[in-house]
Design a protein around this ligand. Structure first.
Ligand SMILES: Cc1cc2nc3c(=O)[nH]c(=O)nc-3n(C[C@H](O)[C@H](O)[C@H](O)COP(=O)(O)O)c2cc1C
Length: 140
């Protein structure tokens, strides 16, 4: 069973409300534990950047659910790869809020000082998530 990693960017839709992030995280953590999916979610109040990793079938099934979720739109895959090992194995879904997304980090991984996941390469988005991983406790 191959391990794979998928990284995508999306934008909040008009169906999104502020409380949704907590609901999304609770759902994600519950489902991901059942499905041995791990990863990290960043959110800056407008855009999501998320990495999910796990078996090919579980990553695909999870991505299909995410893609059809009406709380966000313009869901674009930035990167999809077979991987030899997980990098977020301690997180059923880690979370990085807007305060983690500093100007220097945004400039390091994109052409903009704002959080701009659509303007990141797949490798850049992945590397940014890895760097952000160091800032969060594996409590989830
Ligand atoms: C930005 C975003 C990220 C999400 N991440 C996950 C995730 O990692 N895993 C997951 O199971 N659901 C995730 N969801 C929720 C799914 O879209 C879906 O609502 C949830 O899995 C419930 O599926 P169910 O109807 O089969 O119970 C996410 C939704 C959004 C909007």
């Amino acid at each position: 069973m191959f391990l794979t990693r998928l990284v995508y960017a999306s934008s909040i839709s008009d169906k999104f409300s502020c409380d949704d992030v907590e609901h999304i995280l609770a759902e994600a953590r519950e489902h991901n534990k059942e499905n041995n999916v791990t990863g990290m979610l960043c959110f800056d109040s407008k855009h999501f950047l998320q990495c999910i990793e796990g078996s090919r079938i579980n990553v695909n099934n999870t991505y299909h659910k995410i893609l059809n979720d009406k709380r966000h739109c313009q869901v674009i895959i930035l990167d999809y790869k077979e991987i030899p090992m997980r990098e977020f194995s301690d997180w059923s879904m880690g979370y990085l809020p807007e305060s983690s997304l500093t100007t220097s980090l945004n400039l390091k991984y994109s052409g903009s000082a704002e959080f701009s996941p659509y303007d990141m390469s797949g490798d850049g988005a992945h590397l940014m998530l890895l760097e952000l991983k160091e800032l969060t406790e594996p409590a989830c």
